[in-house]
Write a protein of this length. Sequence first.
Length: 268
Amino acid sequence: MRKSILSLSVAAALLVPGVAAAQAAAPSPLTGNVTLITDYRFRGISQTIGKPAFQGGFDYAHASGFYLGNWNSNVSEVAGYPGGNLEMDFYGGYKRAFGDYGLDVGLLEYYYPGAKASGSFGAAALANPHSPGKTNSGNVHNTEFYLAGSWKWITVKWSHAFTDYFMVPDTKGSNYLEASATYDMGNGWGVNGHVGHLNAHNFSELGYTDYKLGVTKDLSGWVLGASLVSTNAKHNCSSGDPYCFFKPTGGTYDAGKSTVLLSVSKSF
């Protein structure tokens, strides 16, 4: 049956001009991506303690504008995910273009299998000093609503936490606002920039601003990237910086310090 259907399709393409071209040009609603990067930085904060990460995901985009997706990466349990070493993101939303303008709205769930909250903040490894005695339990996760608007190569996005921010007690309602730009310079070269700010509800010490400036080169579908990432976190592990983590080998690690990221990625 499959052979017969294929033969009919080829015959129709030969008999009707443009059918073959239209079939070949029709984009698949299902796409995937993989990335190897020297350090996984989430909103400027290292999730792998300066170690490499392998990442990948899938997206399904319907012609109506609705979409679903999944993205995954290895993480370090000392970055706030006790007992876990994997991040799984699940998201869905609606995206539409209006000429040079675009709109994107959706929900995103960050989930860390096996990572159990123990009353301390995942990424900051601190209980909320503004809510003494309050703790959270269960798997580390975070649920956010996001709304983004774009114009040509510039995007502004707002993310709002519907749950306690990565299990930090009393931080439900935290917000992250970011602006990004990606510019195609031609011949496979591109430049990109980003600035974002976290406003942690009821826990101002967790707030910070992160920055990124990068360049990419497309080599036959393989995209090489290099970027400088930094934050204005305290960078002082002796003064209670919530983004200093205790390494398994001893000592501390400033997860918000400036670094250069190198990456290679492929979409399919």
